[in-house]
Design a protein around this ligand. Structure first.
Ligand code: MG
Length: 449
């Protein structure tokens, strides 16, 4: 195979191999597991052609392994291989490791696309939209905390002052950590457009430009890895875990989404109620209809459900509102080409690929079934009577997993192998948690009982 020709022929999203800086010695080839965590291998530059031809072998069980490294799924098949094939169109030099260029990989098994491949999943969602003559634009907002060692084997917030929200510069970021992350992400070409300190102590957000679903998912996945790598190099810990502290609110993954047809925004309709189109109403209705099952992907950890409570700026019910940050779907004030929906319930730890694809499939279902959303809610929806707030959301991972299993229509579009693997792995996590004696148990009961 002529590697250089293949590289030149690839889409121009990434850097070309022949223009890599001479300093680059290593090609870091990565893909997302079902958690959205980065897995991969470092390949010496001279071995890249072999990696492209043969693929890089991984034990498939990594796709069914929990975060305490138990391979929950995969053993029943004898732990077979899958292959990761580098996609050189995504090749880019890492600003914080000058001798490394990184690229994303597509997964294969037995010569076929791997059914649990996260990039393949999003490509299927894009194809389903294309069947309806639509494309989507997705803009993720990712929040995270930056922590430093506390000297006792744990981690504490690296800046611990209240009310630093939207404060920029050294007061909020005395070591220039956020600035360095933003510079790195900007150089990486993943569409980083802004960074700010968030509401909580030592909590930050980096915004990504809206783009097509696969590119947006790749960008969000790469942003998370970049932020964590940058922090790790400095002895810090960046975490997208949704609710790491009892005395602070949590971190979300907010997803902005619009549909286009032949370059025109499908959600805008100056003649429609509130300037919104039938497409927007139906897509939103599909998302709200599938909200309980979507929660499993949007809030995929035991911890995530501790973030979802009144006054958290994350919703507690499946509802929607105009420019309302207490609702599940917020309609930002922009109309015209910027008309879009924002999903606010996602936890920082959500896997961008799973979220993007599942939300698109849910919205498509609303379009196909011509669903009508419930009435728009206004004001502080947390204070409305329970029966006016919309359908309550699952309030635990266990309930969300049950909802996902029960939503066979959504499950069929996401794909049986992904859903079954996800359910098995996550139920194992829930059961481990159920059995675990925590600090809360001890503080609550040990002394008095
Ligand atoms: Mg935010």
């Amino acid at each position: 195979m002529n590697l250089e020709a293949a590289t030149r022929a690839a889409p121009a999203a990434g850097g070309a191999l022949e223009s890599l800086s001479p300093a680059v010695s290593t090609i870091r080839t990565t893909y997302s597991d079902l958690h959205g965590s980065q897995r991969g291998k470092d390949v010496p530059l001279g071995e890249l052609e072999r990696a492209r031809e043969h693929g890089l072998a991984f034990c498939w069980a990594v796709m069914g392994t929990d975060l305490r490294h138990t391979p929950v799924v995969g053993g029943e098949r004898g732990y077979p291989d899958m292959l990761a094939r580098p996609d050189l169109s995504t090749l880019v030099e890492l600003p914080w490791e000058p001798d490394v260029a990184a690229c994303l990989a597509d997964l294969e098994r037995d010569g076929e696309p791997e059914p649990t491949d996260m990039r393949g999943l999003v490509r299927r969602a894009e194809a389903a939209l294309a069947e309806l003559g639509r494309t989507a634009k997705i803009g993720p907002e990712l929040e995270f905390f930056v922590l430093e060692p506390d000297g006792e084997g744990g981690w504490r917030r690296h800046v611990d002052n209240l009310s630093m929200v939207y404060t920029v510069g050294p007061q909020a970021d005395p070591r220039g950590v956020l600035k360095g992350m933003l510079d790195g992400c900007a150089a990486l070409g993943i569409g980083a457009i802004a960074a700010n300190h968030e509401y909580m102590n030592s909590q930050y957000e980096i915004n990504l430009a809206e783009c097509a679903p696969l590119e947006a998912s790749d960008n969000a996945f790469r942003l998370k890895a970049a932020v964590k790598d940058y922090a790790a190099q400095r002895g810090l810990l960046a975490t997208f875990m949704g609710k790491p502290f009892n005395d602070q609110g949590g971190s979300g993954t907010h997803v902005h989404l619009s549909l286009e047809s032949e370059g025109a925004n499908c959600f805008d309709d100056p003649a429609g109620g509130d300037g919104l189109s039938v497409d927007l109403r139906r897509f939103t209705a599909g998302v709200l209809d599938h909200a309980p099952a979507l929660m499993a992907f949007l809030n995929p950890t035991v911890n995530a459900y501790r973030r979802i409570l009144p006054d958290s700026l994350a919703p507690t019910h499946a509802n929607w509102g105009l420019d309302n940050r207490t609702t599940f779907v917020r309609i930002p004030p922009d109309r015209g080409p910027g008309c879009r929906i924002e999903l606010r319930v996602g936890d920082g730890a959500a896997n961008p690929y799973l979220v993007t694809a599942a939300v698109i499939f849910a919205g498509i279902d609303g379009l196909r079934r011509e669903l009508e959303p419930p009435a728009l809610l206004a004001g502080d929806t947390y204070t409305l009577p329970e029966d006016e707030q919309g359908a309550p959301l699952p309030m635990s991972l266990s309930d969300a997993l049950d909802a996902l299993e029960a939503d066979t229509a959504l499950g069929a579009t996401v794909g049986a192998e992904i859903v079954d693997t996800f359910l098995a792995m996550k139920r194992f996590e829930v059961e481990r948690y159920r059995q675990h004696v925590s600090e809360w148990d001890l503080a609550e009961y040990l002394h008095h009982l």
